[in-house]
Design a protein around this ligand. Structure first.
Ligand code: ATP
Ligand code: AMP
Ligand code: MG
Length: 196
């Protein structure tokens, strides 16, 4: 490939980011491309463990924004050096903190990640609620359908800002129930890569 691709995949908690990013990377590898994915929250959590700030990944959003910012900066500078023909970063546009909605990709993080593509996964509030409820590996905050609708709207406006600042195209992709493979194929297509 002539130019390396660096995609940021976002979407509200439980929409299916990690599932889709995994599948997308597998598809790309089958095409013979070098592809890597990074879960921003995992890199942050490694830093939180080293600093003794959290014992579980879902505890991090309960820290003060100052402490979370410290972890976010460390994670961004670590991820900055990841290279491959395709790098996909799985992360969040905003975090629900005790101090309000806090941006997951402020300008400094956007610069460090320097995306060529912005991909936002979406699903209906009902699908998202049932995915959150089914996934016993995580401790997700209770949320109503109205709140999910508000978060989906906020996601689109934050994504537009990132597209304007970075010049990267933004793709809104539905991750429909039972259709994760299809979603991963649309993500590959959205990266401008043809599956043979
Ligand atoms: P978080 O932001 O909390 O890390 P996430 O967006 O990464 O969440 P996943 O962990 O990938 O979400 O998925 C949440 C749950 O939804 C998982 O149990 C996963 O298996 C399921 N899931 C993902 N995509 C689909 C789909 N298309 N159809 C049905 N279930 C799905
Ligand atoms: P995840 O597994 O994607 O939910 O990530 C775990 C946690 O990491 C999230 O719940 C957030 O607390 C944190 N996190 C992930 N990405 C970011 C980001 N870009 N900025 C700040 N915190 C983040
Ligand atoms: Mg995830």
């Amino acid at each position: 490939m002539d130019v390396a691709k660096r995609a940021i995949v976002v979407g509200i908690p439980g929409v299916g980011k990690s599932t889709i990013v995994n599948k997308t990377v597998e598809l790309l590898k089958k095409q013979g491309l070098t592809a890597k994915f990074v879960i921003f929250g995992s890199v942050m959590f490694d830093e939180a463990l080293k600093l003794g700030l959290a014992k579980h990944r879902d505890d991090m959003r309960k820290l003060s924004v100052d402490e979370q910012t410290k972890l976010q900066v460390l994670a961004a500078s670590n991820i900055k050096n990841t290279s491959a023909e395709v790098v996909i970063v799985d992360t969040h546009l905003f975090i629900h903190t005790q101090e309000g909605y806090w941006p997951g990709i402020p300008e400094s993080v956007l610069k460090a990640l320097s995306p060529t593509h912005l991909i936002c996964l979406e699903a209906s509030p009902k699908e998202i609620m049932s995915r959150r409820a089914r996934d016993g590996t995580r401790s997700r905050d209770p949320i109503t359908e109205d709140e999910i609708n508000r978060d989906l709207q906020l996601s689109r406006s934050m994504l537009s800002t990132l597209a304007i600042l970075s010049g990267a195209p933004m793709l809104l992709t539905s991750n429909n129930e039972g259709k994760a493979d299809e979603t991963a194929r649309s993500v590959v297509k959205g990266l401008g890569i043809n599956l043979g």
